[in-house]
Design a protein around this ligand. Sequence first.
Ligand code: NAD
Length: 469
Amino acid sequence: MTSVFRDEHWIGGAFVPPDSGDRIEVENPYTEEVFGHVPAGTAEDVNLAVSAAHQALAGWAALTPAERGTALDRLHRALLARADEIARIVGLELGTPLKIAKVVQAGLPLTVLAGYAELAAHPPADEVIGNSLVVREPVGVVGAITPWNYPLHQVVAKVGAALAAGNTVVLKPSELTPLTAYLLADAVAEAGLPPGVFNLVAGTGPVVGSAIAGHPDVDMVSFTGSTATGRAISHAAADRIAKVSLELGGKSANLILDDADLVKAVKVGVGNAFLNSGQTCTAWTRMLVHRSHYDDAVELAAKTAAGYPLGDPFDPATRLGPLASAGQRARVRGFIERASARLVAGGLDAPVPSTGHFVAPTVFADVDPDSEIAQEEIFGPVLSIIPFGDDDEAVAIANNSKYGLAGAVWGSSERALAVARRLRTGAVDVNGGSFNPFAPFGGYKQSGIGRELGAYGLAEFSQVKAIQR
Ligand code: NAD
């Protein structure tokens, strides 16, 4: 069995021993065996990391765009050399099937980082407004706190942008999947980034996360995770009026209009809902279907879901791996147990592999739009299908959510675009438009505040200053 033991934090340009000897064990969610550990960091470790980031700030911020671009390009190359290892470690600590992990867990963040190396070298020009010169400056020391579902992408979306904009960073990755982030620290070491520009402190949310969120010398907290934790982080940062950006949960709707390509819309829709075993914040977990082809859609969705092979993430035939933890599995099963809609695929009694935190891909039809499974983020392979009569009703059901992160519309192009404009959500894919890693990413309502990725992500990690002449 592969073992991965990390006994230090990355602080001030070196792997340093932790303040305490306590450790966090890392479990393989397929074998259910512990295969690694990281230090359980303390507030003292955070103090050290924030101090290193503070010391590094002036020097890093003063580099020319070309110099910062070159440094990030070196980082990208060092990370690229680890692409296979990234996919393997994500497969081990999260259970994403290797084939999928190579593309979304390794390939995507590498693309994002390459984009930030380019943006660092060629940042948006200063703006002239009348007699003012408007310039962008770094915010300062950024605390980055990330979840487990895309262990490198969520990290790079913050770290790449923050560093490109001239900030320095203290990262706390999820305690469930901390090992992938260590590969970024290895790449930082190899790339020779100046000491203190990037720091990694492993640990739990309540200890290390809250120490970062509440630290007086952290100028901005960038968080991705649950809405409940985002709220706690906002409260901590509010005491010192620190900038906060939040990427939170979602309950996105997939609207299939009466003139949609039904087969494509349903198949892609089911695939989207179950990507990463449904542990995707943008997952289209509500499928809204026009009554004229509702029955066909339900039948096709059920058949598609039932055909997904579950199994060992390292078996090329596997499409869905286990959920990330026993706790997550129990949570998802609770939603299924309490649901009162018509079960058409999966469910609690459907067969799953004998080891691993599996939940069978589950589809409910005739779901009440106000019910728990239509309103709460489940974060597992559970799809709710809801009928509608016309576009207005579809939009009303889609917008009947406390979240507003993503969504989709299928139908003739002008009409689908018109419906897309009416959705209260940060992103909408029309007729299968693919994910764009350089377009702004973020949520309306309780899905978050701020935007990541591309030039909008760079702006999020910048201050603007008006100089009058
Ligand atoms: P989580 O909120 O439990 O944890 C996220 C991070 O916050 C972890 O690193 C955790 O250790 C830390 N944390 C926990 N309590 C904290 C506290 N009191 N103070 C500071 N930090 C604390 O979320 P999760 O279970 O890891 O991830 C799943 C959630 O993330 C889902 O709700 C999902 O929708 C959301 N998510 C959102 C996006 C997005 O971009 N909008 C992307 C991925 C995941």
